[in-house]
Ligand binder design. Sequence first.
Ligand SMILES: C[S@@+](CC[C@H](N)C(=O)[O-])C[C@H]1O[C@@H](n2cnc3c(N)ncnc32)[C@H](O)[C@@H]1O
Length: 275
Amino acid sequence: MGSSLEVELKVRHEGAGGTTRACWEPHARALLAYESGHLDSEILVLDDLGDTDRLPASWFFRDPESLPAIERRALELCRGSVLDVGAGAGCHALALQERGHSVCAVEILPEVVSLLERRGVVDARAGSALDPPAGRWDTVLMLMNGWGLPETVAGLERYLERLDGMVSPGGQVLADSTDMRPFASGWKEEDGLRLALRDDGRYVGEIQFQLEFDGQRGDPFSQLYIDPDTLSTLSARCGWSVDLVARGSHGAFLSRLTRSGEDVRADVPSGTRPT
Ligand SMILES: C[S@@+](CC[C@H](N)C(=O)[O-])C[C@H]1O[C@@H](n2cnc3c(N)ncnc32)[C@H](O)[C@@H]1O
């Protein structure tokens, strides 16, 4: 991590829905460059904490053996039909297909959808996490900071309601995140929540990013890093129970949401079509 590059990020508080294709285009271009043989392609990831990271495009093509433990656990817990939201290059979708699951992979970028198809994902669709394909799935899967997709705490509240229409009876949501509360510089009580804050008064896990590939920078966007307690409180308000089913290093965790009072249906066979 370094902070040598000047980061000028617009602070946007509008919540889920602010992310556009223009934010993720450098990511898409890096994936396509890797696919076409530029194996050393890297995405520059700038954030409004002043850090700059270089993320190898190869990471998005990781095979099942090199998945982090949290992601391996998520794949083990998948049941029945799976909606892989923000599927990237399809490392999870392909592994799940291999195990016999029916998988619908959703990507905000059409060029990434084409990549998913070329890589063998049977059902890849252009769409947004917030406006997913019609249907209900036994498992909604979101990995590599899956809770980042709702962008803000306010966006998460809306997204938790939206998920109710995406998950079949007895179904589940599996998504990972990282608890950023150790970096809080203050706290506030608001609407029944005890929120950890950054210096600027925002929730500690609302981070602005900007991606760059090959000298071209995308638009800034927000990603959410939710802590387990806030996730549990907000989920309960929308009728979801949260289990922390795996923990990783540096505050990383995998959450499983099921409807309160429901158990995950263990009897759902792999390959079930969405209803
Ligand atoms: C951090 S990457 C994770 C990719 C993949 N899940 C993985 O673990 O390799 C996030 C992915 O979500 C896609 N994405 C971003 N915002 C989205 C949205 N609102 N709806 C659907 N996909 C989105 C991006 O294009 C990107 O491929």
